[in-house]
Design a protein around this ligand. Structure first.
Ligand SMILES: [Zn+2]
Length: 78
């Protein structure tokens, strides 16, 4: 059986899809792309493609939690 996607993985996928975050091309660490449109789009996607058994509000909170945990610097680039 395929491993269930965690809520963090789901939120990361939503943020990537919305282009709110992007991996460093050299190291693959996720970085923020400062785009208000990106986070708005991520919220819309989160409502449309909700994590199973999670309310709309909880989905948006999960997306924000992952977004807030990232920075605009790649730890590998320093
Ligand atoms: Zn890097």
């Amino acid at each position: 059986m395929r491993r269930k996607e965690t809520v963090e993985e789901w939120a990361t996928r939503i943020l990537l899809h919305a282009h709110a975050i992007a991996p460093c091309p050299d190291h693959g660490y996720m970085r923020l792309k400062f785009s208000h449109q990106g986070i708005d789009y991520a919220h819309a996607l989160a409502e449309f493609d909700r994590y199973p058994n999670l309310s709309k509000l909880k989905c948006i909170e999960a997306v924000d939690a992952v977004f807030d945990s990232l920075s605009d610097d790649c730890p590998g680039c320093e």
